[in-house]
Design a protein around this ligand. Structure first.
Ligand code: 16G
Ligand code: ZN
Length: 545
């Protein structure tokens, strides 16, 4: 009773804006910030319920990633630090769209019964809150707190301004009973980074890899955080640009750089040839690039190539670990290594990974799908071409490595080092979600290990020319795909028409899919030349229109 009137009272302070329709997409709720107060209030309630049901800490992040600064958004992190379970998404939708406090209460009542969530005798619930640097974040955070505390016994712990992956990391750590402050995050990353540097093979440590990295912070939260880590890096000097003085995501950031293939603001001809990286607005995406001579164009080193670099390194370390001296005892356990991509992965990257002898799995677009698939391997590497990805290590494999490490310390120096490197990678790279900062330090450590410049890295394979276009449509849900978005099953006949276009072009490949974040159908085409890729994409756009 008391609970009900508390909910009614607070809900009436956050009315639904007229005409608004919200949907919990691949990246949570997103909209113009002025529309979101009722939404974040309700997601606060949802987070408290999830915390009660799972008896764990839940994360709530206020961000709209690479969207323009006037937008904002909200998404939840589950106890493992991963995305909110998909089974709760429909309820999130109905909650966000409930027209008034009474219908909201009714929805909550029904859901609590259905899910067997016991509010009265509930243990304390806790929600960790984070937000990016968007000015609207402060007001939205207040509304969120109201939502959380309108469930009796629930508390909101404000962690301040964070990158999205930092919040996910904290949720994961806290639920494992590990200390989970921002400082703990930096300590863990930097300690494992230095460990990897300690074991760089001697022949390579002297190679001429530039000690300087220039980073585009997208005028968001990532640049700020990188500034805090900068002083503790040893050999590496990082020049952070676009660190918050300019407009967030405007002509800057990983999304801009990957899509436009030109230099971000504050970069120019003077940077030609240097190793550069770009983060997105909430620092969960990372791409590298180098500026071409006398031009504002760049050589893009995208998520596919970061994945390939990680794959080469990890495969090499597994190979050393399984070394000849230890052939017998190893037969009992062969760790599995797999990579996960989406249909957007450049065809040349997929060929390259297969040539390495790796198992390549394809999933639909969206981190939750890639992450879930990668978790099936002992070492699962996943990346989207746009730069979101990470490496997951199974608990089994990590326990085995710990034992192995002891064994090997007396037996083989090389194998022992490989075990130590793999353990360091598992602590360096974020196990909860793709993380531009931890990804950046792993890239830097591996380049140093290999003795590779960014150019050498970029030459692992040559990208096939590609083109992405979008078509505005009345109803994007009319397009239904299968086989990881590589085949259209509805509307009938379209796939045959796409196939008929595609075979005209050497190395042609093309697919369409409904966007999860905009009212458009996306078209992706690649072929042996840029002209051919453009032409294929344009023909398929005409088929969709
Ligand atoms: C979201 C996804 C991202 C995906 C993008 C595709 C998460 C956390 N983010 O940003 O992985 O690449 O959507 O957007 O899952 P689209 O559906 O509009 O093409
Ligand atoms: Zn992002």
């Amino acid at each position: 009773q008391e609970q009900q009137s508390l909910l009614l009272r607070s809900a009436s302070c956050f009315p639904l804006p007229p005409g608004a329709k919200f949907s919990y997409g691949t990246s949570g709720f997103r909209a113009n910030a002025s529309l979101l107060e009722s939404t974040v209030f309700r997601v606060g309630i949802l987070a408290a319920l999830r915390s009660i049901q799972t008896r764990s800490v839940i994360g709530l992040m206020i961000t709209a990633s690479h969207n323009e600064v006037s937008d904002n958004g909200v998404k939840l992190a589950d106890p493992s630090g991963g995305m909110l379970t998909q089974s709760w998404e429909p309820f999130a939708d109905s909650l966000a769209n409930a027209p008034d406090p009474h219908s909201l209460l009714q929805l909550l009542d029904d859901f609590v019964k259905k899910e067997n969530i016991i509010l009265e005798a509930s243990p304390a619930a806790e929600v960790l809150l984070g937000r990016d640097t968007r000015p609207s974040g402060e007001t939205l955070l207040e509304a969120t707190k109201q939502g959380i505390t309108s469930i009796m016994g629930a508390t909101a712990s404000d962690m301040g301004i964070l990158t999205t992956p930092q919040l996910h990391w904290m949720v994961r750590a806290k639920n494992k009973g590990i200390e989970a402050t921002e400082v703990n995050y930096y300590d863990q990353i930097l300690a494992s980074f230095r460990c990897l540097l300690d074991y760089v093979p001697q022949g390579n440590s002297s190679k001429n890899v530039s000690d300087k990295l220039i980073v585009d912070g997208a005028d968001g939260v990532g640049g700020e955080k990188l500034e805090k880590m900068k002083t503790r890096l040893g050999y590496l000097t990082i020049d952070v640009r676009n660190c918050g003085d300019g407009v967030l995501n405007e002509g800057v950031g990983a999304d801009f750089v990957q899509k436009e293939k030109v230099v971000p603001r504050s970069f120019g001809p003077a940077d030609a040839g240097m190793r550069c990286a770009s983060l997105d607005g909430d620092a969960d995406r990372l791409v590298y690039f180098s500026v071409l001579l006398n031009s504002n164009k760049i050589d893009l080193v995208d998520g596919d190539k970061i994945l390939s670099l990680f794959a080469v390194f990890l495969k090499e370390q597994l190979g050393i670990l399984n070394g000849p001296e230890d052939g017998k005892s190893n037969k009992s356990y062969q760790p599995s290594l797999g990579v996960v991509q989406t249909a957007y992965a450049n065809g040349a990257s997929t060929d390259y990974l297969k040539q390495l002898g790796l198992e390549v799995a394809l999933t639909p677009t969206g981190v939750k799908y890639l992450h879930e698939k990668a978790a099936e391997y002992d070492i699962g590497i996943y990346f989207e071409a746009n730069g979101h990805g990470t490496v997951l290590f199974s608990d089994n494999f990590l326990s085995w490595l710990e034992i192995k490490k002891q064994e090997l310390s007396l037996k083989s120096k090389d194998q022992h080092k490989a075990a130590l490197r793999l353990l360091a990678v598992s602590r360096l790279i974020n196990q909860a979600v793709g993380d531009a900062l931890s990804g950046l330090f792993l890239v830097e450590a591996i380049l140093k290990h290999m003795g590779w410049s960014i150019h050498k890295w970029n030459e692992l394979y040559q990208d096939l020319p590609s083109r992405q276009l979008k078509v505005k449509v009345v109803d994007r849900t009319a397009v239904i795909t299968e086989n990881a978005e590589t085949k259209v099953v509805n509307p009938a006949g379209i796939q045959e028409a796409i196939d008929a276009e595609t075979v005209i072009y050497p190395k042609g490949r093309c697919f369409i899919r409904p966007s999860g974040t905009e009212d458009v159908v996306r078209v992706y085409a690649e072929a042996s030349t840029q002209e051919a890729a453009d032409s294929l994409a344009n023909s398929v756009v005409r088929l969709v229109e």
